[in-house]
Design a protein around this ligand. Structure first.
Ligand SMILES: [Zn+2]
Length: 430
């Protein structure tokens, strides 16, 4: 819910202490606002910077809206964000498996593309506002030195648990250092103290070496060592929302109804929601009609009750990240290192449409007719080969691959020969 001139009010709420708790589980769903308060207590100039940054964002949003109208609303390309996951553990159970990490990337990609299996649970009157975003996520394939990586690093620590003071983000305090925040989205997984499930750092014009999210090991992913009711990867979806500058849907105003999340297509809401309510659910800020949007990822409902972002939230995330961290949106850290940079730059191919509804066009551009036997391989998000096509030494530029038997989701197309290999990501959605 957005009210006129209230974006400064949403920032003023950092003065409030919230610390709400899920009384059933004793868990603290999210500590991003409290973390922001702590950062501001460390740096008195930060609040002024944040206010200026929000005003800047409002002006970017206006420019974006004007540009979108002038080019016919047709800017919907997929932006793939390279992710590095830093697993910091003391006990074996905290050293979560690669499979658990991949299950989180899958969940994140489904939620951000609105390809999650539970979109049908979004109440009818909210379906029109529900939206995918332009973001997808991949585990990094090259590290900061250009060497091959699987996008996961691990450390056995002597620290029993980490609070929200960012110690987990520094090797010197028992954690792991961030990889360059301009090219990698950093995720730390650890044992958090106080039952906290996660926290995020909001983006700002002034970059830090702590930008990213921290998630408790048992609310990360949806297989392996995960604990209900926060076991479908939605803690990460929520925290990434904060990293892309979304606020809590109730506006963090202590129940006053006067605060705002600066989003026009969410209803006004009193405070956070726990458990799983039945639609329509009203509160003291929205007392009639469709009630509040308790199934929005920026609320606190159980994981199996959350299922949507709105289209205005998607726009705010896009404009924020491309504004605050533009190089992160064009990072090449998910390209394989098998080939030299020169060779990679020499090869161009693209796939379209993206998202595709089943028939994928592979445009070979500069790779066609190079005198080498060229193959195309399609893999799913966890690396399983799901389709292959041999193109041979053809001069034909555009080849079609029929993927209509595959499930909706995020996939990779790799074009390769004996001397080169290059991969791009795309989404199948029908
Ligand atoms: Zn939050």
């Amino acid at each position: 819910m957005k009210r006129k001139l209230l974006f400064t009010a949403a920032l003023a709420v950092f003065a409030l202490t919230i610390n709400a708790q899920d009384l059933r589980t004793g868990k603290q769903r999210c500590y991003s606002v409290e973390h922001e308060q702590w950062l501001q207590s460390q740096n008195p100039n930060l609040k002024v910077q944040k206010d200026n940054d929000e005003q800047k964002l409002q002006s970017w949003l206006q420019n974006f809206a004007a540009a979108r109208v002038s080019n016919g609303n047709s800017t919907n390309s997929v932006i793939v964000i390279p992710v590095v996951v830093h697993v910091v553990y003391k006990l074996a159970g905290q050293n979560i498996s690669d499979a658990q990490i991949l299950s989180q990337i899958d969940a994140l990609n489904e939620d951000f593309a609105r390809l999650n299996a539970d979109t049908g649970n979004t109440p009818g009157p909210f379906q029109a506002a529900a939206s995918g975003t332009q973001f997808q996520f991949c585990l990094a394939r090259r590290d900061t030195n250009g060497n091959m990586t699987n996008g996961i690093e691990r450390r056995l620590t002597t620290v029993n648990s980490f609070s929200t003071n960012d110690n987990v983000k520094h090797y010197s305090s028992g954690g792991l250092d961030a990889w360059d925040v301009n090219n990698y989205f950093n995720v730390w997984v650890c044992n958090m103290s106080g039952g906290i499930l996660g926290y995020a750092e909001f983006p700002a014009t002034a970059h830090t070496n702590t930008y990213g999210v921290v998630i408790n090991y048992d609310s990360f992913g949806r297989i392996g060592n995960v604990a209900a009711p926060y076991d479908l990867g939605r803690t990460m979806t929520h925290e990434v929302g904060h990293c892309f500058r979304l606020n809590h849907i109730w506006g963090d105003d202590g129940g006053a109804c006067s605060g705002s999340d600066n989003i026009a297509d969410t209803p006004n809401q009193e405070s956070e929601t726990y458990g799983c309510h039945t639609f329509p659910y009203t509160d003291n800020c929205t007392t009639t009609g469709n009630g509040i949007m308790y199934m929005n990822y920026m609320d606190y409902s159980d994981d199996d009750c959350l299922n949507m972002f709105t289209s205005n939230q998607a726009t705010r995330m896009y404009v924020s990240l491309t504004g605050y961290y533009p190089t992160l949106t064009t990072s090449t850290a998910c390209q394989d290192v098998k080939n030299s940079i020169d060779k990679l730059n020499d090869i161009q191919f693209s796939v379209y449409p993206n998202p595709t509804d089943g028939i994928l066009n592979v445009d070979m551009s500069t790779t066609a007719g190079r005198g080498e036997t060229i193959q195309v391989r399609i893999t799913d998000a966890i690396g399983k080969v799901v389709a292959e096509k041999e193109i041979g030494q053809s001069n034909v530029r555009v080849h079609q691959i029929d993927l209509s038997d595959l499930e909706n989701g995020s996939y990779f197309a790799t074009v390769y020969s004996q001397s080169f290999q290059k991969t791009v990501q795309f989404v199948l959605s029908r």
